[in-house]
Design a protein around this ligand. Structure first.
Ligand code: HEC
Ligand code: HEC
Length: 288
């Protein structure tokens, strides 16, 4: 399935690219699949698309603005399946219809939903990206030409965001406890899907964002969560040192440095921890 849908998506791009104004330099071969598709199933004869024993003829699409206008319904639906899986949604996310209702009763042509209109903008964005990508030389020798898909950014979710941005949005609107609760739930539910980065790094970035906002207590809560999840490491400990120092807690900072020094560290990392300790212990210069 994924190989086939990827090929379909790639096909779409090859077909649509010649429509772009900037394509004067494209090899004429790129236009051939379009011609073949047209010959096989012209829009005026949608029944050509139906094999003996297959379902009754499907109505031809009537509101295509970005996909080739002469595409059959089944060509369009192949692309739709790729989008649906790349975004982790169902048809209803973009189309007017009810789950469980036969597709013949759905109004796929209607542009009522913002998400459908946004998908068109996204398709154009993707088209531009792939056009630019296609113009770059391949740094890795031969192999398939690099091709971005909806899934390259979306990774199975409709609103692709960094996990720390999801966290921050909830924290700002519903508070720190709600954000932590949501983070824990998402981590349990979706860590295997790869849609989000549940390593320490995003949490450390979020802790820094709290420190920048003079919210030392918030930063500490996020770093406590990080340790509670078993994500101990030099980066986490050094951020805890910074958070303690930001609150004027020198003893706390030194205790974190002890924890850091107890981690399995390389020689360079050990030297770094020692340097930080010397820095903290250095007598502060009196400002006049
Ligand atoms: C992320 C949004 C999105 C999802 C999800 C989606 N579609 Fe679409 N669909 C579109 C867009 C955008 C178009 C119009 C394409 C164009 O303008 O060329 C379209 C067009 C269509 C059309 C042609 C309608 C016409 O008459 O012009 C059909 C049929 C269709 N989709 C079926 C489906 C099915 C079946 C699913 C679920 C498997 C699905 N779509 C999921 C966005 C979506
Ligand atoms: C270059 C990265 C990228 C690519 C490629 C991409 N998207 Fe998006 N998409 C985004 C980002 C970023 C958002 C906005 C997320 C937000 O508002 O939080 C978004 C939002 C959307 C939304 C609105 C979601 C919402 O609820 O606000 C839809 C629908 C969508 N994309 C569909 C698609 C489809 C279909 C494709 C492939 C044709 C695609 N995208 C390709 C990055 C991308």
């Amino acid at each position: 399935m994924s190989v086939r849908t990827a090929a379909v998506a790639a096909g779409v791009l090859t077909l649509v690219l010649p429509l772009a104004a900037s394509l004067a330099s494209d090899p004429p071969a790129a236009a051939k699949p379009a011609a073949a598709a047209t010959a096989a199933a012209p829009a005026s004869a949608p029944a050509a698309d139906v094999k003996p024993g297959a379902r009754p003829p499907q109505p031809a699409p009537k509101n295509l603005k970005i996909l080739p206008k002469d595409w059959t319904r089944s060509q369009v639906v192949d692309v739709m399946k790729t989008w649906t899986s790349d975004l982790g949604v169902r048809c209803q996310y973009c189309h007017v219809g009810q789950e469980g209702q036969p597709f013949s009763e759905w109004d796929f042509a209607a542009d009522d939903k913002d998400t459908k209109r946004r998908a068109r903008d996204m398709f154009q964005l993707l088209d531009e990206i792939n056009h630019r990508l296609g113009g770059l030389s391949n740094l890795h020798g031969t192999g398939p030409a690099p091709l971005a898909t909806c899934g390259t950014c979306h990774r199975g979710v409709s609103r692709p965001r960094r996990i720390e941005d999801v966290f921050e949005e909830t924290r700002a609107t519903a508070g720190m406890d709600a954000a932590i609760k949501q983070y824990r739930e998402m981590r349990t539910e979706s860590s295997v899907s790869g849609s989000y980065d549940f390593s320490a790094r995003p949490l450390v970035r979020e802790a820094h964002r709290r420190m920048d906002a003079q919210d030392g207590a918030g930063a500490k809560q996020i770093l406590d969560l990080t340790l509670d999840l078993g994500l101990d490491g030099l980066m986490v400990r050094m951020t805890r040192v910074q958070a303690a120092m930001a609150q004027g807690d020198q003893a706390g900072a030194l205790a974190e440095l002890d924890k850091a020094a107890a981690l399995p560290l390389s020689a360079d990392e050990k030297a770094f921890v020692a340097e930080q300790r010397a820095e903290i212990l250095k007598p502060k210069q009196k400002t006049p």
